[in-house]
Unconditional design. Structure first.
Length: 180
């Protein structure tokens, strides 16, 4: 396993699962159904091609429930990353994947549109690397159907993040980045 994958696995385990940011993640971690893919792409065109390759891999490998496509070198600028997210979503629809896969996204400098950089809530979407998370939409729909009040998940996460505070999350994310 290479270092970016080790760091992201640590982040999924010690942040996403431990603090229940995604109540559906534990099952996928325990079932080993998350694929971690590292991309060296630094251009939008190359990055979306990598994303489409991962969609195709999900098509062919039913045992993969979800893919975290991490950009080790590119998209360190959050605004540039948001351009990638927009393009990736548009291409997902154009290539016939709309309704089959959806994209969540994470970034080391993630800031919600209605927030500022100092809001601890941003850490619900901060990860060691710029990441496109490809999710099987049918599986997500099924999980949401079987979860009581799924609309409360983001609100719960934001409250937890703010209660713990920015220093806590900064240190936790740094611990993931420092993992070897």
């Amino acid at each position: 396993m290479n270092r970016p994958e080790i760091q992201m696995r640590e982040w999924v385990s010690s942040v996403i699962v431990k603090y229940n940011f995604c109540p559906f993640a534990r099952k996928e971690v325990e079932s080993n159904c998350i694929h971690y893919q590292i991309s060296q792409s630094i251009t939008l065109d190359d990055a979306v091609m990598d994303m489409l390759e991962q969609c195709s891999a999900l098509d062919q490998q039913a045992e993969r429930e979800t893919t975290l496509l991490m950009f080790e070198q590119g998209f360190k600028d959050f605004e540039e990353f948001l351009d990638l997210v927009d393009l990736a979503n548009a291409l997902l629809a154009a290539q016939g994947y709309e309704g089959k896969y959806q994209i969540a996204n994470f970034h080391p400098d993630y800031v919600f549109a209605d927030s500022d950089d100092s809001d601890a809530a941003n850490y619900t979407n901060r990860a060691p690397y710029p990441t496109l998370h490809l999710i099987r939409e049918a599986s997500m729909s099924e999980a949401l159907d079987n979860y009581n009040e799924p609309e409360s998940i983001p609100e719960h996460n934001i409250k937890l993040a703010r209660r713990k505070g920015i220093d806590f999350w900064q240190q936790l994310l740094q611990n993931c980045i420092d993992k070897r």
